[in-house]
Ligand binder design. Structure first.
Ligand code: CAA
Ligand code: NAD
Length: 292
């Protein structure tokens, strides 16, 4: 089974990266967003990232033009009907994702493979709500997608072997390193990473140190590329909160429970870097920690 045509649903932080790396790798890509404004924002995000890759001499201007030429944007689910693979990267909400896959069931050919980029939902819960659980797999990319090499490939007890093989081949074709993960909420990385991020917020609530000092501590003390608050802002506080809710619901362990401060920040629209404000304010030349 060869994948040649790809659909990406959602063109936010992750969908834009997935569409970009697929187009750069030579796939014909259709990207679906909810409305014209979201299409424009998603397209601009991809264009900025490609411009950055040209600037850093990772790709030539011809490569950029070719990648853009392989990308089409739409607001219609029906435009995904002819795809070999559809990768979903919409909001982290089971009902929204299930509704999308049910709409895809109406338009996609029987052979289309469905993949989800979910961070914390189980792939089985989505697959069970479609007409093709055997052709459903998890393809979990990492932010920023053009840079991070890992893809977690998640099979359920229903996923066909040939679909898993196609998913591994697709990830390798993008220049990524796929690993096999079992279908448990959080897979491998988020099972370890999410409690760390939530714990940092809890320590902040307890007044252990300032946002800036805790970030500096983990960068200079442990060699992390970013501290926990910069990372939360980078992932998106809305997404982090949803992930925590889902993982807590799954495991009922306090370490996955969303800290009240995170919930309050999401309520205020402080969704992190993508919103211009999270633990830091990103409106100036350098991020400035916000008073809490
Ligand atoms: N898109 C494309 N390329 C990007 C980028 C972006 N958004 N951000 C950075 N880059 C590239 C730069 O072009 C640069 O490339 P070169 O080294 O070839 O020049 C490289 O990445 C490093 O960038 P910078 O020098 O500008 O910045 P940096 O050294 O601070 O690195 C970073 C930025 C790669 C994001 C680094 O800080 C990092 O690795 N952070 C941790 C990211 C992380 O943990 N991601 C996982 C999040 S959790 C997740 O994704 C799972 C989930 O379900 C929530
Ligand atoms: P985001 O908020 O940046 O983007 C989500 C996009 O989906 C938005 O642009 C929204 O308009 C669009 N959307 C919503 N419903 C849609 C629909 N029915 N059809 C088409 N588009 C729709 O979110 P994100 O950070 O890109 O996260 C997307 C998914 O990827 C989530 O499941 C998240 O858990 C997962 N994920 C996120 C990260 C991260 O670091 N942010 C990392 C790995 C996986």
């Amino acid at each position: 089974m060869r994948i040649e045509t790809v659909g990406v649903v959602g063109c936010g932080l992750m969908g834009s990266g997935i569409a970009e790396v697929a187009a750069r790798a030579g796939y014909d890509v259709v990207v679906r967003e909810i409305d014209a404004g979201a299409v424009a924002a998603g397209r601009a995000r991809i264009e900025r990232s490609l411009a950055r890759a040209v600037e850093k001499e990772k790709i030539s201007t011809e490569d950029r033009a070719a990648a853009l030429g392989r990308l089409r944007f739409t607001t219609e689910v029906a435009d995904l009907g002819d795809r070999d693979l559809v990768v979903e990267a919409i909001v982290e909400d089971l009902d929204a994702k299930a509704q999308l896959f049910q709409a895809l069931d109406e338009v996609c050919g029987e052979s289309t493979i469905y993949a989800t980029n979910t961070s914390s939902l189980t792939v089985t819960d989505m697959a069970a709500r479609t007409g093709r659980p055997q052709r459903f797999v998890g393809l979990h990319f990492f932010n920023p997608v053009p840079v991070m090499k890992l893809v977690e490939v998640v099979r359920t007890i229903a996923t066909a072997d040939e679909v898993v093989e196609a998913a591994f081949a697709f990830a390798r074709g993008l220049g990524k390193e796929p690993i096999a993960a079992r279908d448990a909420s959080g897979f491998v990385v988020n099972l370890l990473l999410v409690p760390y991020m939530l714990d940092a917020i809890r320590q902040l609530e307890r007044g252990v140190a300032s946002i800036e000092d805790m970030d500096t501590a983990m960068v200079l003390g442990c060699g992390h590329p970013m501290g926990p608050f910069t990372l939360c802002d980078f992932v998106g506080l809305d997404t982090t909160w949803r992930i925590a809710e889902i993982m807590f619901d799954e495991y009922r362990e306090p370490r996955y429970a969303p800290p009240p401060l995170l919930k309050r920040m999401v309520a205020l629209g402080r969704h992190g870097r993508k919103a211009g404000k999270g633990f830091y304010d990103y409106s100036g030349p350098e991020p400035v920690p916000l008073p809490l």
